[in-house]
Design a protein around this ligand. Structure first.
Ligand SMILES: *Cc1c(COP(=O)(O)O)cnc(C)c1O
Length: 466
């Protein structure tokens, strides 16, 4: 074995030999020699790995060189086009963190393009002709929509939680109910963020029940803040209780300690028509007594990645003065999208302009029509797939509305030629990649999260699957 593989290895040409070839010279003239040397090394490593896994493989030298040249071109192409690209989300998870959470609507996209490709008044006060602040841009809209005196925007909600704790509780204690010591996906763990913020955690109550008296007993002269955290992607049900915000707020006020609620999602729409249990509205949390709330810009709000902090102007002012505010500041492109999204809410056009809201509200009857029509079009094509429209369920995702779903219609695909797992992989490798749900024997495409503009491409991809 060892002898065979070493003779096979000897056939692999030297790096220089490939780098000096005419094909490589063409690449060098378009890029640089060190880059092409780097690409050649990667390609040759790949060949070596392939031979190691298959030591008896006999490749005549000219064929091997052709393969290497082809691989070099492929490798170059893979570096010359962006790795971040559009995918078709057919999973039915509306807020899919792995797939970029909230897509941006047309109005926000136009605003984004305008701001991205021009200079803007990001930090310039056009009225006074002098330096301005970027964070007042969305702040004014947030204060109006949430009916509160202060608001600011940072990079994301994890940053918002961190910045609040660091600004208001560094060196002191923060009370949290044991039932709210959560980890949400993507390594956001409340106790870890708290420790890094320089505040000390003081747990109160138990996992399922925390009483007002638990908070009362938890207070000491070192208590700086009480944090409530929306459990987001899980639900404790049964024998549970926690004090109302009003009760907790009265207790906090009597000790002059701010009450902060991390809402996670920050839902501004009514989910009643969808028969989904309501998510706490930030405006309601504030009116019921939270001094500050924070939430994500790209979860149920449906805007850009951002962390929104809103509530008392005194606390917001203090947070703004923290030097870390500068380190966690929001990017202008995210701000452009967020502002457009908030205007959509203010002008009650969210269902038209915010894709996440549109998808949540999408009627199952219309989804059925689309599924039937796609299934009929595919059945008329010569393909090894059988396609059926079936009923199913979509989820909102993004750590909101756990264990609840929206009725939907799915395209259920089976192939006479390959397994469901193989079919799912082929769809994932198509252009654009189509991400589907894998059932045991079938591949399911949920049309709720597929933009209708992509239906035609979906038909092309499905009918072209070998
Ligand atoms: C999602 C979530 C966060 C983190 O928000 P990002 O915007 O992803 O940083 C923090 N807290 C809760 C409760 C969440 O659900």
């Amino acid at each position: 074995m060892a002898r065979t593989s070493s003779t096979a290895y000897r056939r692999i040409p030297a790096v220089d030999r490939i780098v000096d070839s005419p094909q490589a010279a063409a690449l060098i003239s378009r890029t640089s020699r060190p880059f092409v040397v780097f690409l050649v090394r990667r390609v040759l490593e790949g060949v070596r790995r392939e031979l190691a896994g298959n030591p008896r493989k006999e490749w005549p030298v000219p064929e091997l060189e052709d393969r290497i040249q082809e691989a070099l071109l492929q490798e170059f192409r893979s570096w010359a086009r962006p790795g971040l690209k559009k995918v078709v989300n057919a999973t039915g998870v509306i807020l899919h963190t792995n797939l970029g959470r909230a897509p941006v609507g047309d109005t926000a996209r136009r605003q984004l393009a305008e701001v991205a490709s021009n200079y803007s008044n990001l930090e310039f006060d056009l009225g006074r002709g002098s330096r301005g602040k970027r964070d007042v841009i969305a702040g004014r809209l947030l204060e109006t929509i949430l009916n509160c005196p202060g608001a600011l925007v940072v990079n994301n909600n994890a940053a918002a939680v961190y910045l609040i704790l660091n600004s208001l509780a560094e060196g002191g204690e923060v009370l949290i109910s044991r039932g709210e010591m959560i980890e949400i996906g993507d390594s956001f763990r409340v106790p870890d963020i708290l420790r890094k913020s320089g505040a000390r955690l003081k747990e109160v109550g138990t996992t399922n029940k925390t009483h007002l008296s638990d908070y009362r007993q938890g207070f000491s002269d070192k208590t700086r803040l009480v944090l409530r955290v929306h459990p987001s992607n899980f639900k404790i049900s049964g024998f549970t209780s926690k004090p109302s915000l009003e009760e907790l707020s009265a207790l906090c006020a009597s000790r002059s300690v701010p009450l902060v609620e991390d809402l996670g999602s920050g839902c501004l729409i009514d989910l009643e028509a969808e028969r989904i249990e309501p998510e706490p509205h930030p405006r309601e949390s504030l009116s019921r007594g939270a001094d500050l709330v924070c939430f994500s810009g790209d979860k149920l709000l449906g805007g850009s990645q951002a962390g929104i902090i809103a509530g008392s102007s005194r606390h917001v002012q203090r947070i703004r003065q923290n030097p870390l505010f500068r380190a966690l500041r929001v990017d202008k492109l995210a701000l452009a999208v967020l502002e457009s999204t908030l205007i959509a809410y203010l002008t009650r056009r969210e269902e038209l302009e915010v894709p996440v809201v549109r998808m949540i509200r999408m009627d199952a009857g219309l989804l059925k029509e689309r599924a039937d029509s796609l299934a009929a079009r595919l059945s008329g094509l010569p393909t090894h797939l059988t396609v059926e429209a079936v009923e199913g369920a979509s989820v909102i995702g993004g750590g909101s509305t756990p264990s609840q779903s929206l009725p939907t219609w799915l395209l259920c695909l089976r192939s006479s030629r390959c397994s469901a797992a193989r079919l799912e992989a082929l769809l994932r490798q198509s252009d654009p990649p189509v991400l589907a749900r894998l059932d045991r024997e079938a591949v399911l495409l949920d049309l709720r999260t597929v933009f209708p503009d992509d239906d035609a491409r979906l038909i092309d991809i499905l009918s072209g699957i070998e």
